[in-house]
Design a protein around this ligand. Sequence first.
Ligand SMILES: *[C@@H]1O[C@H](CO)[C@@H](O)[C@H](O)[C@H]1NC(C)=O
Ligand SMILES: *[C@@H]1O[C@H](CO)[C@@H](O)[C@H](O)[C@H]1NC(C)=O
Ligand SMILES: *[C@@H]1O[C@H](CO)[C@@H](O)[C@H](O)[C@H]1NC(C)=O
Ligand SMILES: *[C@@H]1O[C@H](CO)[C@@H](O)[C@H](O)[C@H]1NC(C)=O
Ligand SMILES: *[C@@H]1O[C@H](CO)[C@@H](O)[C@H](O)[C@H]1NC(C)=O
Ligand SMILES: *[C@@H]1O[C@H](CO)[C@@H](O)[C@H](O)[C@H]1NC(C)=O
Length: 615
Amino acid sequence: MSKDMHFTNHHYLHLLLFLMQLMNTCCYNGELQPESFSVPLPPPSIDPQNATLEYMDPTLPPLLPTQNPKCSLHLLGAEFADTMGAPPTSITFSPPHECPAPWSSVILDFSATASDVQKDRIAAIWLDGAEILRTSTPYPMAPGVFWHVHKDITRYTALLRQPFGGAATENILSMMLENSNATFPGVYSVNVSIHFYRGVIHEEVDEEPLKLSAHPTTKGLYKKPADKIIPISNIIGNGSTGFWFRLTNETEVQSRSVMLPNNIYRAMLEIYVSHHGDDEYWYANPLRSSGPRRQEAGIELAPPQSNGGFRQVVALIDGRYAGAAIPFPVIHPGSVNPFFWAPVAAIGAYDHPSYDLDITPFIGTLLDGQPHEFGLTVRDCQPYWLVSANLHLWLDAWSDEVEGKLVRYKVPPLRLSRQADWKEMEGKSDMEGAVIIRFSGWVSSSLGNVTTSIRHKIKFKSHIEIQDKGATKEVDLESKSRTNIRVERDGMVIGRVLVDTEAPLQMETISSNGGGGTRFHKTKLAHGLAETTSVTAGKMASSSTISDRQDSEGSVLMQDGITVWGKGDTKSVYKFRDDKSCYLRTVNTVGGKVKEDEKSASCAAAGLIGATATL
Ligand SMILES: *[C@@H]1O[C@H](CO)[C@@H](O)[C@H](O)[C@H]1NC(C)=O
Ligand SMILES: *[C@@H]1O[C@H](CO)[C@@H](O)[C@H](O)[C@H]1NC(C)=O
Ligand SMILES: *[C@@H]1O[C@H](CO)[C@@H](O)[C@H](O)[C@H]1NC(C)=O
Ligand SMILES: *[C@@H]1O[C@H](CO)[C@@H](O)[C@H](O)[C@H]1NC(C)=O
Ligand SMILES: *[C@@H]1O[C@H](CO)[C@@H](O)[C@H](O)[C@H]1NC(C)=O
Ligand SMILES: *[C@@H]1O[C@H](CO)[C@@H](O)[C@H](O)[C@H]1NC(C)=O
């Protein structure tokens, strides 16, 4: 990270992050401290004539298959004006008769507009209480901002399909987006459709591969969608407060007790999370025992706890650890510098990644016909996190009961070294840790006696440094994970999976006096997600790599916790490669406008090779 930024007045002490945490209520379910907005200034706006109104997530390639869908359902057309505290908007629907399951592909098509300036809000879509999309709205800085999210939801087929001979013939789709048009006038209008495809999917046109849907995780491993999906979500009151669980501290576990079928042969827990409130900036949270707390303009600038930049979402089965993920630090559209994310969203903001934990080795512990408790918790968390999970189950159509056993369970505690060295306003903190967990279990079904062994390694590092009496702040986060899955039958290895993930984040902010009671913050940010997956099944082998990187630079001028002026430039480079194809997209935005947007089906484009090399 370059250190070549110079400012004249170094002694005005503010940390952009803490300040913006107060000023920007991204994704709060309720208005935060409305009294601190005694003069409700509008958020900074960009002249519509000079702004790009289509906001986007450039890191995802276009994905709609090129042929027409077999059928499409327009499910929801809703306005979210003043919806704080209101239950989700729900509709019932029946899967289309003219194109019954199975489908070769199912695409969720979400499109939205903001009538005017508004804050960013968190939103989600559920099918029968199971989450299928976690998304944030942009931080629209001009009237008429619009955006789209297309997501491949084929893996949720079990939730869309008409249940065989079941009593229920209708599915329920719900969406929650708590907005308030009291302070800022923006009203969000949303349309949700689902497109169903049958037959061969034409993936390529003009040599452009179109099959990618979202940031792949182990999603790609089991091509066949699960037979049954059980939501591990907040079903109390029919989801009237949203089907997500709200976690406010590290000891809190939210769980759901469920009855499971007795013929499961494979199981996967998929977790959705998002961070809010005091943890909006968890990735930049310093570690302090008794932190320097500052008063400025009567506002407390430090978060309630300064417990460091490490969080981990943990899944529990009957109270026992069954897997975990370090969440990718999705930067909300109003976070850090809202001008970075207009019109280009931060990685994952419009389609938050979900985390797949293969829990097949635990099946043997779940087959006793008794209810089992699936719990979720977030290590070291502060208020608040919204979490939910989907239990994907594959069932043995030829048996009513299978047998199984968990034979290996090695879960050493994740020990983090924590070092903090602060003198008044200045100092640094470091956290570092690594752990390897191992599970193994067999399931004997009509597919044979199959043993699944999982080895999951994570490595984590957080460095936060504050210098010049608080005027410079540096954040350096590194998290890596490697998952190995080995599948054996009759002592022979029949499948292997390797997934490597890396998520680096570096940020530097320099603050200075902007004159007239204002403060000027200049920030440089580099953020990335790199993932490599290789799968071997019998004699078939395939691999794919994604590397997604954003570099942003810009400034904001703030007065009394409100951004009064700002600018930001962001360069995004997204690269996907598999055995057959390569896709590259580069988007450059300067001052709210798209200056360059290039797509290529060849990764050999000049000048771009180095751009992702640092990942
Ligand atoms: C748009 O930007 C240009 C400079 O890039 C400026 O001269 C012009 O006044 C702006 N238009 C409006 C309506 O603000
Ligand atoms: C939603 O769909 C309606 C009807 O097709 C259309 O008039 C409206 O512009 C759409 N709104 C958005 C946000 O896409
Ligand atoms: C909020 O939006 C609704 C629906 O568009 C509108 O009727 C209402 O007047 C708006 N409220 C404010 C305070 O602007
Ligand atoms: C939940 O919703 C279903 C379907 O809309 C309804 O039949 C049921 O009465 C509701 N239950 C509660 C507790 O509100
Ligand atoms: C954690 O949150 C739960 C639920 O809000 C609360 O009951 C509990 O007292 C909290 N624990 C701590 C240590 O704050
Ligand atoms: C399945 O295989 C495991 C390990 O190879 C063995 O211990 C177990 O007894 C087998 N189960 C059945 C039902 O054959």
